[in-house]
Design a binder for this molecule. Structure first.
Ligand code: COI
Length: 357
């Protein structure tokens, strides 16, 4: 790995009590280029813009995918990643679906650890704080023929992240727009999936909903995801979540919630969740909770579901009553080293001095 440290680090002007998520970037980034059929050397370099042509294939044809993951600092200042191998596996699955060459473990895991270790001072400490890390791959060939690109860039950038505690939101159950199609790229973390979700979400916002519950493209009768997250429903004391498929992202937070619910002895069914079942459960009072899970905010609790012009209100439960909030707490306690990690999910990032090459 080539390491080039920043000569003008910005860390001394970073205020962990006053920053905004997503547009404050740590001092360094990882980059690696693919050319002539192979990936080159991984470079850890100062964060900053890169020169690209508007004819770059990644922006013209959307051959791009990414990951979202976090690093946490415990009360003693030790730094941990959460299930990074899962993100490594998934970025290569996304890459394969988009005809992007797979990356190596060295590029992903070693690059990630070196970056997080070097910029560990950027990881805010305390309740709900973390470093959100964005590994990504995009096509860089300067060419307008619609074909598989012959050049790519793999990069890792990161931004400090604050509290998980977001206000409960109202979500609209989609009866027209779809996030993913049969045989499409829904299970990949393809950049284009997010682009396609913005307009329907904007329309939902105009109707007073913060997010959309995406339903299947063929019938709109089954839940698939919510916003950029996987979706969970609690009816009486049973949790339901749709099975992953070519249309549903295999969320790492989703999988962690499933394992944590099972550990607690909560009944959890991974099976298709129909809109009808949810609307009827709301009518008879057995619908207790509906929530989304994802890396960025961990849990987003829903206070109302919009369906065909009606707004179905949901009860707001306390931490003790809520499966969503208590499972979130179990997860965050493991992520931040406040609880024993019986699953082996935490990965320590050793505090090592990196030599500039
Ligand atoms: C997540 O929930 O982690 C996401 O995928 C959100 C991200 C696009 C900011």
């Amino acid at each position: 790995m080539i390491i080039q440290k920043s000569e003008n680090p910005r860390i001394s002007s970073f205020d962990p009590n006053n920053f905004s998520f997503g547009n404050t970037f740590i001092d360094h980034m990882v980059i690696c280029e693919f050319e002539d059929g192979k990936w080159g050397e991984v470079k850890l370099v100062p964060y900053g813009p890169l020169p690209f042509s508007p004819a770059m294939m990644g922006v013209n044809y959307g051959q791009a995918c990414f990951e979202g993951m976090k690093a946490y600092k415990d009360k003693d200042g030790e730094v941990f990643l959460f299930r990074p191998e899962k993100n490594f596996e998934r970025i290569n699955k996304s890459a394969a679906r988009l005809a992007i060459p797979e990356i190596t473990r060295e590029m992903f895991i070693d690059g990630l650890k070196a970056l997080v270790n070097l910029d560990r001072a950027w990881i805010p400490q305390g309740e709900g704080m973390s470093l959100y890390i964005r590994p990504l791959i995009f096509a860089t060939e300067e060419a307008l023929k619609a074909k598989i690109s012959s050049k790519y860039m793999f990069a890792i950038v990161a931004t400090p992240a604050k509290s998980y505690y977001t206000e409960p939101v109202s979500v609209k159950i989609s009866d027209f727009y779809s996030r993913a199609a049969s045989g499409g790229v829904g299970s990949a973390k393809a950049a284009g999936n997010y682009a396609a979700s913005f307009y329907p979400t904007q329309l939902a916002n105009e109707e007073g909903y913060e997010q959309i519950i995406w339903t299947d493209d063929a019938t709109h009768e089954y839940f698939e995801e919510s916003g950029t997250m996987n979706v969970f429903v609690r009816i009486n004391d049973t949790i339901y979540t749709p099975p992953t498929s070519e249309k549903i992202l295999d969320g790492i937070t989703r999988d962690s919630f499933i394992q944590l619910a099972k550990k607690r002895g909560i009944e959890l069914k991974v099976e298709p969740v129909s809109v009808k079942q949810v609307v009827e459960a709301h009518k008879d009072g057995s619908l207790k909770e509906v929530w989304g899970v994802g890396t960025a905010v961990v849990t987003s609790v829903f206070k109302a579901l919009g369906y065909k012009g009606e707004k179905l209100q949901l009860p707001l439960l306390s931490l003790e009553e809520s499966f969503a909030l208590s499972l979130q707490k179990d997860l965050v306690d493991i992520q931040t080293n406040n609880a024993e990690d019986t699953f082996g999910w935490r990965v320590l990032v050793k505090n090592e001095i990196l030599e500039t090459v």
